[in-house]
Design a protein around this ligand. Structure first.
Ligand code: SF4
Length: 437
């Protein structure tokens, strides 16, 4: 893959229909065209000039992990779903709309009870676009940040990107969150998420952040983003790049810790030259960059990839933070990796890196009960078991609680595991804390 790629300076994104008019469409064969056309009816698709030109190796696109990260693949829909879309497309718009709706609702659009258990109440009314799952942390989903510079084919946030408002979580402003924070001094961390908040103009993001900086109990601001590798120009050549960096400085100068949570899936994303400049620009504001992403079959399911990803991250001044287990939503069957295999990949990558890269925690499931880490596999009297730990819990007393589950070669999520001693799992015994006032 050539390193001398064209670096576009003006951001241009493509919808499925627009992508079909690009030169890249002709690189793909007819079989793939069918996969693309049927899958994008159900799952969101968006690419931009930068990722097309700099991340994908078009000479071997069928096997390229970056292509699989950005483009729909055969197997993301079941054969039955694929056939249903095919038939509905032939039958016309009304049938297609129905078929798409049916399939989407079967894809578990809101895993871990995101829209039922995590939305807080303020004066008896729901706070739209906010989630309060863990005692110290609230998530804010600004409505102007509900898209990304390109979409990842695995993303559990896929319902945010489709044109069904009933599936979206979004906040129009931060004033009500500020009111909620005044009555919840235990919340020290705000995670601005989406989509990708870096898709917003600096001015728009400032409107959300400014009221939050007035709350003295807010100590840490986190921003979840993949812009460093999907559109690094966001921090260098974009018209309001300077304003965005200035906003970061303002957060840091207010005495807050600013953590830029970079979504990363493969070391290849870090190779194009503009990425390093973007990282330097973000770090120059006093922000700290932490890296996280899920373990995905077909994309990064090897210790070699994680070893290099963590090492390159440290080299570029970023702190490896999480290796997640792919969530049980959307096309997760395509990416699914059993927990036993996931732990083995994590362990082998971890063994090969120095202590500085061992800050990465994994494999971790973000479940309804909290973040559960697979600590390892133990064998006692010829019987194997998983050792797990509540890394983070809705019920904060359970944080750091270890527990055991019966070993399984195939289980890929907590609800596929059985307690080792047939007693309930620790989080099954308690009531979660109430996010309300
Ligand atoms: S992983 Fe991040 S960048 Fe990718 S689609 Fe999801 S929110 Fe957007």
């Amino acid at each position: 893959m050539s390193q001398d790629r064209a670096i576009p300076t003006k951001f241009r994104a493509y919808t499925p229909a627009q992508f079909k008019d690009t030169k890249y469409w002709k690189h793909l064969d007819q079989n793939y065209h069918k996969t693309f056309e049927n899958t994008v009816e159900v799952l969101p698709f968006r690419v931009n000039d930068y990722v097309l030109e700099n991340l994908i190796d078009w000479s071997q696109w069928q096997d390229d992990p970056m292509f699989k990260l950005l483009f729909p693949q055969k197997g993301m829909l079941t054969q039955e779903q694929f056939h249903k879309i095919n038939t509905a497309r032939a039958a016309g718009n009304k049938s297609l709309t129905e078929a798409v709706k049916d399939i989407r609702s079967a894809l578990n659009p809101h895993p871990a009870s995101q829209t039922t258990q995590n939305i807080p109440l303020l004066n008896g009314e729901y706070l739209d676009g906010v989630q309060h799952k863990y005692e110290q942390t609230a998530l804010l989903f600004p409505c102007a940040g509900q898209s990304c510079h390109a979409y990842c084919s695995f993303c559990f946030r896929w319902p945010q990107f489709i044109s069904d408002p009933s599936l979206k979580i979004q906040a129009k402003e931060a004033d009500r969150l500020a009111d909620y924070l005044k009555t919840h001094p235990e919340i020290s961390d705000i995670l601005i998420t989406g989509g990708d908040p870096m898709i917003m103009k600096a001015k728009a993001l400032a409107r959300y952040l400014t009221p939050l900086l007035e709350i003295p109990t807010v100590k840490n601001i986190r921003i979840g983003s993949k812009s460093l590798t999907y559109w690094p120009n966001r921090f260098t050549t974009d018209r309001d790049a300077g304003q965005m960096l200035h906003l970061f400085e303002k957060i840091v100068n207010s005495g807050r810790h600013l953590s830029f949570m970079a979504h990363l899936n493969h070391w290849r994303e870090l190779m194009p030259q503009p990425v390093e400049k973007a990282i330097q620009a973000v770090c120059s504001t006093g922000a700290i960059i932490r890296t996280q992403g899920p373990l995905l079959r077909h994309i990064n399911n090897s210790p070699d990839i994680w070893e290099r990803l963590w090492e390159e991250s440290v080299k570029l001044n970023m702190i490896p933070y999480y290796m997640f287990v792919e969530r049980d939503t959307g096309p997760s069957a395509y990416f699914r990796i059993p927990l036993a295999e996931a732990h083995e990949i994590y362990r082998r990558a971890y063994q090969r890196v120095s202590g500085l890269a061992r800050s990465a925690r994994g494999p971790v499931m973000s479940t309804k009960a909290g973040k559960i880490q697979v600590e390892g596999v133990l064998e006692q009297k010829g019987e194997k078991m998983f050792i797990l730990k509540m890394l983070q819990a809705r019920e904060s007393n359970l944080t750091q609680t270890p527990f055991a589950a019966k070993y399984s070669d195939s289980a890929a999520w907590i609800d596929e595991l059985q307690p080792y001693d047939n007693a309930p799992f620790p989080f099954e015994k308690t009531e979660p804390f109430q996010a309300a006032c």
